[in-house]
Design a binder for this molecule. Structure first.
Ligand SMILES: [Zn+2]
Ligand SMILES: [Zn+2]
Ligand SMILES: [Zn+2]
Ligand SMILES: [Zn+2]
Length: 394
């Protein structure tokens, strides 16, 4: 919210034309003065009290400093939040940034600039319209370009998951489910794909579920009974994948950073892992369905189909679905997030022990003396920003 304008009609003052902020005698108000043709003054009031209590990240204003401190305590603002390239406002998610830029109630100035030279996929602002055209040609992607491999994949010959593929430190995994149970609503994994960062297929196979299939969901899976008859049994696949992900490291030894265990990218991996009866530590999982910057403003998950259309610019999951397409889409979303140009603090997370006391209640009076910028400087993120993974990439 900007300053509240009000009009002093027909006030005639002996002043020179001025568009800067002017401080009047008592220092309590800053006023923006514009002298119109007939010398009517439009004066914008901008109470400095409010300025002092304005959040430096989301620009919300508070009547009292203690309210701003309380807001900072629970907001977890940080340099890792999506930011408006025009006014610098920080948003919780790209969806709320999209609302800020494009509506339904956009900020007028930001909307104007965005419509002129903003990228509708990554929401960045370019320096000119021609820079935007050049940028968007690269920013908008098309469906998986790994055509030949994909065709091989459909023949089901990529079931030899080689543990030694050293380069694949980060992989994407996706499954397609058929139905089990009396009404066919029980999800059973019948197809699985794993790719590396460069969209090469590492594993692509049909899987034979342990329970009888009651609905092949052919319209979306394209799976026929004969594809599963001689497919790899679930147990076998599960062990293979578990070994591949852990990469020689005992599961209890896996740490957030370093080590040999692989990072797994996916969408709704909790469900996939459950269907595969796989256990894998959360610290190595990058799930586009529960990553705060990619979630809805309402904090619900977006579908992968929506995210792919909105942030990568192409369609997936129409007609018969191949888990390879899901792998490619999630990997691309992950890489886009990983390459966000954020400043990386020494201790980036609110949960880091170094940050435990940043907003402790016993510091209240000290916090109330700090400026909004100083408060933001000690505020930390409450989720693991994927840009932090870029530290591990050579
Ligand atoms: Zn805020
Ligand atoms: Zn970040
Ligand atoms: Zn803005
Ligand atoms: Zn872009």
């Amino acid at each position: 919210m900007g300053p509240t304008p009000f009009l002093l009609s027909n006030e005639r003052m002996n002043m020179t034309c001025c568009t800067e902020y002017v401080y009047f005698g008592n220092g309590a108000y800053a006023m923006k003065v514009r002298v119109m043709g007939d010398c009517t003054l439009h004066i914008t009031m901008d109470p400095s009290e409010c300025q002092r209590n304005k959040c430096a990240a989301c620009y919300r204003q508070f009547n009292k400093k203690e309210h701003l401190v309380e807001h900072m305590r629970v907001s977890y603002h940080s340099v890792h939040e999506p930011m408006c390239g025009i006014c610098g406002k920080r948003c919780r998610s790209f969806e709320s940034l999209r609302d800020h830029l494009l509506g339904p109630l956009p900020k007028a100035e930001c909307e104007r600039v965005f419509r002129d030279r903003g990228c509708t996929f990554c929401l960045n602002i370019l320096s000119s319209r021609s820079a935007l055209r050049f940028h968007q040609d690269r920013c908008q992607l098309s469906r998986g370009n790994n055509g030949v491999l994909q065709r091989f994949a459909n023949l089901g010959i990529h079931d030899n998951l080689r543990i030694e593929s050293e380069k694949a430190r980060t992989v994407a995994l996706a499954c397609k489910m058929v139905g089990g149970g009396s009404d066919g609503s029980l999800d059973l994994c019948a197809r699985i794909c794993i790719i590396d960062e460069y969209e090469n297929i590492l594993f692509h196979s049909y899987v034979k579920p342990q329970l009888p299939v009651t609905n092949y969901r052919y319209e979306s899976t394209g799976i026929r009974p004969e594809y599963l008859r001689d497919a790899l049994p679930l147990r076998h696949v599960q062990r293979k994948i578990q070994d591949f992900l852990c990469n020689g490291e005992p599961i209890w030894k896996i740490r957030p950073r370093g080590g040999k265990a692989r990072v797994v990218v996916g969408h709704g991996l909790d469900h996939d892992m459950k269907c595969l009866e796989l256990e894998y530590p959360h610290v190595k999982i990058r799930d586009t369905s529960i990553y705060p910057p990619l979630m809805k403003t309402s904090k619900l998950s977006n579908s992968l189909k929506y995210l792919t259309k909105a942030y990568l610019g192409y369609d997936i999951q129409s007609g018969i679905q191949d888990p390879y397409d899901d792998c490619v889409a999630t990997m691309r979303l992950y890489k886009r997030m990983r390459y966000q140009p954020h400043r990386i603090e020494d201790y980036p997370l609110a949960t880091d022990s170094q940050n435990k006391n940043n907003f402790a209640s016993w510091r209240q009076s000290e916090l109330e003396k700090m400026s909004p910028d100083e408060l933001l400087a000690i505020s930390r993120c409450d989720y693991y920003c994927w840009c932090l993974d870029s530290k591990d990439v050579a």
